[in-house]
Design a protein around this ligand. Structure first.
Ligand SMILES: Cc1cc2nc3c(=O)[nH]c(=O)nc-3n(C[C@H](O)[C@H](O)[C@H](O)COP(=O)(O)OP(=O)(O)OC[C@H]3O[C@@H](n4cnc5c(N)ncnc54)[C@H](O)[C@@H]3O)c2cc1C
Length: 454
């Protein structure tokens, strides 16, 4: 089942790669990372011959299926940034804010109609023990320049009417805008083509071979491109390139979209600020209004399928859809009876430190960027700038950041991987049911700087 966004955003078909051709750069994957990479390369060097190869259609992967929360954070939130990159967090925060401003400016300049709304994000507490944590976090975040307003129980319920909220943290619109991700993908694809990129759909790359002066890229359809540089932007599907497997696990995240709300239903929930919402549990929900006043409600289950499983057979998970619906009506009992005609899943590229990771292989000819762990809508544009720098600006300051140079702690191979992920998920679930108290396993992993999230 495809996402609500992809259903409502008509496709713009492009031919598969055929025969044998040459390019300066081949980008593999037409999600946000691949499309922004094509654009940023061509902005810097308009004469480059850039070919984008996509195994399905533009936006087929996570980029066409996500919640559409487009955030400034490059580090999966300030708290995670402080934990893993305390020495660089100030730079990364500034880079992230600049990136979001530039992303919005690009959308406006290119007139990409992606229903972008500058709303900010509201994090809600649905557990009493979280209230004091929220208050403390509002103070701590301020010391690092992030202004979040603490809302007490009455204030948060006045903002969005739910009987289960206990407190809230209201963030600034400078840090979160909401958008339709499929419309953004299609707009980026057009912007890349307008700058000279060639995009081929239904062109699955199966092999990279080092050849003199570059790399030969072969597709499942028997076509090939020779290029000086290759960019791998295949996210949670990156198992095809074996050396990337230790860096990430593909984790399935699921979402529902309701029918449009009637005026009286909208009245019953408030939500006039139309913020992106999320709760603060380890297994969290995220939710938002769409431009036509439906509610998207997703998250909670984060499912790893053994053997790095990805593919259409995992897009539908009735047990998760039922659980999500039940949780929804607990949060919004006044909307009882609301139907959810759209349900889907998508694969998230999770790393053990929840942030994008970069690297090069084949003598520096192949550059990869993946691992946003469920927060890549905004960060992918910044990562594309880093990839551009790897290829065109090797002296760039960004390439000296530890955030860019270092790799996350690797995940074990199968058969241990499945068991390890299951054990951590179980421990996170137990912590959520135990007032956030982290057991021995989680405390040990925390001490080692290793985590699991979506
Ligand atoms: C359900 C869900 C909700 C999410 N919600 C949010 C959110 O609200 N905010 C946020 O910031 N992030 C969110 N994310 C994460 C965000 O969507 C991703 O971080 C981002 O889209 C990653 O973009 P990408 O281009 O790297 O990967 P993708 O969009 O997955 O693109 C990879 C592309 O590569 C193609 N491909 C793979 N293998 C090959 C091959 N061999 N040859 C050719 N092409 C290939 C795929 O078909 C795909 O189109 C969510 C993700 C999911 C799944």
């Amino acid at each position: 089942m495809t996402s609500y966004w992809l259903t409502s955003s008509p496709p713009d078909p492009r031919p598969a790669l055929a025969g044998s051709t040459v390019a300066d750069v081949v980008v593999i994957g037409a999600g946000f990372t691949g499309l922004w990479t094509a654009i940023r390369l061509l902005e810097t060097r308009p004469d480059l011959r850039v070919v984008v190869l996509e195994m399905e259609t533009v936006g087929y992967g996570a980029s066409g299926r996500n919640g559409g929360f487009c955030q400034a954070s490059l580090t999966h939130g300030l708290a995670n940034g402080l934990r893993h990159f305390p020495d660089e967090v100030e730079t990364l925060e500034a880079e992230g804010l600049r990136n979001l401003r530039e992303l919005v400016a690009f959308v406006e300049a290119e007139r990409i109609d992606c229903d972008l709304e500058r709303t900010g994000e509201l994090i809600v507490a649905d557990q009493a023990y979280q209230v004091e944590e929220f208050r403390a976090w509002a103070e701590e975040a301020a010391t690092h320049g992030e202004v979040v307003r603490f809302l007490d129980r009455d204030e948060v319920r006045a903002e969005v009417h739910s009987p289960i909220w206990q407190a809230g943290l209201l963030g600034s619109p400078d840090r979160t805008v909401m958008l339709d991700p499929a419309k953004l993908c299609h707009g980026l694809a057009r912007a890349a083509e307008a700058r000279g990129a060639r995009i081929h759909e239904h062109s699955q790359v199966t092999r990279l071979e080092r050849v003199p002066g570059g790399v030969r890229v072969r597709t499942a359809g028997g076509a090939e491109v020779r290029a000086e540089h290759v960019v791998v932007a295949t996210s949670a599907y990156s198992g095809w390139l074996r050396r990337l497997s230790p860096l990430f696990v593909p984790v399935y995240d699921y979402a529902l979209v309701s029918e449009p709300l009637a005026a009286r239903q909208l009245e019953s929930i408030g939500w006039r600020g139309r913020q992106g919402l999320a709760d603060a549990n380890n297994q969290f929900h995220y939710f938002r209004l769409t431009a036509d006043d439906r509610i998207l409600w997703g998250g909670y289950d984060a499912v790893y399928h053994a053997g790095n499983g990805v593919g259409p057979r995992f897009d539908v998970r009735p047990a998760t859809f039922e659980r999500l619906e039940a949780h929804f009506f607990r949060a919004f009992p006044q909307l009882a009876g609301l139907a959810f005609p759209f349900r889907w899943g998508g694969a998230i590229d999770t790393t053990s430190r929840f942030t994008v990771t970069f690297g090069q292989t084949m003598g520096g000819r192949v550059t990869y960027a993946l691992g946003y762990t469920g927060l890549g809508v905004g960060a992918s544009r910044w990562a594309a700038g880093v990839v551009r720098d790897f290829i065109l600006r090797p002296d760039s300051d960004l390439l000296r950041l530890r955030f860019v140079r270092s790799s996350p702690f690797p995940f074990p191979p199968e058969p241990f991987r499945y068991g390890a992920v299951a054990a951590v998920r179980h421990a996170l679930d137990r912590a959520d049911r135990n007032e956030g108290r982290r057991g021995l396993l989680l405390r040990t992993l925390d001490a080692l700087g290793i985590g699991f999230d979506s």
